[in-house]
Ligand binder design. Structure first.
Ligand SMILES: Nc1ncnc2c1ncn2[C@@H]1O[C@H](COP(=O)(O)OP(=O)(O)OP(=O)(O)O)[C@@H](O)[C@H]1O
Length: 362
């Protein structure tokens, strides 16, 4: 038998509190160090140590690989989420900056905790100062929120009303584009900023059960939805127009290729088939060891802010006594819903500017 000798460098381990640790590998010019330059090593380590690889850092003379061994320890409660004007903390130390990682895609089978996560997300978006529209094709958990002070007249259900409100959202974005263009022209001496620089608010469209909704449309309607979704995901970031699309099973038919890559914040809740994982995390599906947790544990899954790597995720815990209507109604005292702009006025404005947009009869 030939003995094989494998040389490994000395590594240092640093405990990062109760939830994780970092491994430091020396970058001291020895020939084996090339193996540690990228994720090739973090994935085998992640599987071996049963921990999530969450990032690497280059420090003089070392490369560190950070792991989270107890992601459940990072779970927040709904009331503990820290929110600023464009960031939402969704787990301890995990902050979604929706300007940096725009457009959200959320998937999860029935019972996985998708609706409860949407409550946390709505809470974060409203408190971040965003104008929020919601579509609830299933007419269940979210539909009642349209009568609350924070989302008044901004929640739609029923095929035609949803089509109309999504189209209005799109036209408002085109209108914002014209306004933004004029503001830039009026401020030629200043450096270019995004919408917030000019005192404009972010605007979100939260679309639940998007897949089921699109599959029930006529061919030309579904084409039109894909076309405007493509434009929103492409142009929305700088103008402050964002979507959060939720559905049970993401497929290539429901989110067209024009917009798919633009979704930079992705959450998959519950157990997913490999076809679903490859839609949600195409860069990670062959590398990340997706674990399966107990069915009794609700609101867990995976999260990626692309191009970052997918990692375990636990949605904020919603308290047992949470009553959605009461919560979002009270939230409206501080964050009242902005009145909806009539479609006719938006179209009039666009005509006065000879603006070009996708014309639909919704
Ligand atoms: N973040 C959470 N905090 C507390 N409980 C949760 C959480 N997520 C899920 N649950 C529990 O799991 C149940 C199912 O969650 P939820 O209704 O969000 O699932 P869903 O994926 O939206 O399913 P459906 O599509 O059938 O509505 C909830 O009624 C609640 O008891």
């Amino acid at each position: 038998m030939v003995k094989q000798k494998i040389k490994l460098p000395k590594v240092s381990l640093k405990n990062n509190g109760k939830v994780g640790f970092s491994i430091y590998l020396p970058m001291d010019g020895q020939k084996y160090q090339d193996r540690f330059r990228d994720r090739r090593i973090s994935q085998p380590l992640s599987a071996m140590l049963f921990a999530d690889a969450v990032g690497t850092n280059d420090i003089f003379g070392f490369k560190s690989f950070d792991f989270i061994s107890n992601p459940l320890g990072l779970r927040l409660g709904l009331a503990d989420m820290t929110i600023t004007d464009h960031t939402i903390e969704i787990m301890k130390g995990v902050v979604w900056d929706y300007e940096k990682y725009p457009q959200a895609l959320i998937s999860g089978d029935t019972g996985s905790g998708k609706s409860f996560f949407l409550f946390s997300l709505l809470n974060g978006l409203i408190k971040s100062g965003a104008v929020v529209d919601v579509a609830d094709p299933k007419e269940t958990d979210l539909s009642v929120l349209g009568k609350t002070a924070s989302l008044k007249y901004r929640v739609t259900y029923g095929r035609d009303r949803i089509l109309k409100s999504f189209y209005r959202f799109y036209l408002e974005m085109i209108k914002r584009g014209r306004e933004y263009h004029d503001l830039l022209n009026d401020n030629l001496e200043e450096n270019v900023g995004n919408y917030r620089k000019y005192g404009l608010k972010p605007h979100f469209f939260v679309f639940d059960e998007f897949g089921a909704f699109v599959s029930g449309l006529k061919y030309n309607e579904s084409e039109a939805i894909q076309q405007i979704l493509g434009q929103i995901t492409m142009l929305g970031r700088q103008l402050g127009y964002f979507v959060a699309i939720a559905m049970q099973k993401p497929t290539a038919d429901t989110i067209g290729s024009a917009s798919r890559d633009q979704f930079q914040f992705r959450v998959a809740l519950g157990k997913m088939k490999s076809s679903g994982l490859s839609m949600m995390f195409p860069d990670d599906v062959d590398e990340v060891q997706f674990k399966e947790l107990s069915k009794n544990l609700k609101g867990w899954g995976y999260l990626a802010m692309t191009p970052g790597q997918a990692r375990s995720f636990f949605a904020p815990v919603i308290p047992k006594d949470f009553v959605p209507f009461k919560y979002f109604d009270e939230l409206g005292e501080q964050y009242p819903a902005v009145p909806v702009e009539p479609m006719g006025e938006i179209k009039e404005f666009l005509a006065s500017k000879s603006a070009k947009y996708v014309e639909l009869n919704f």
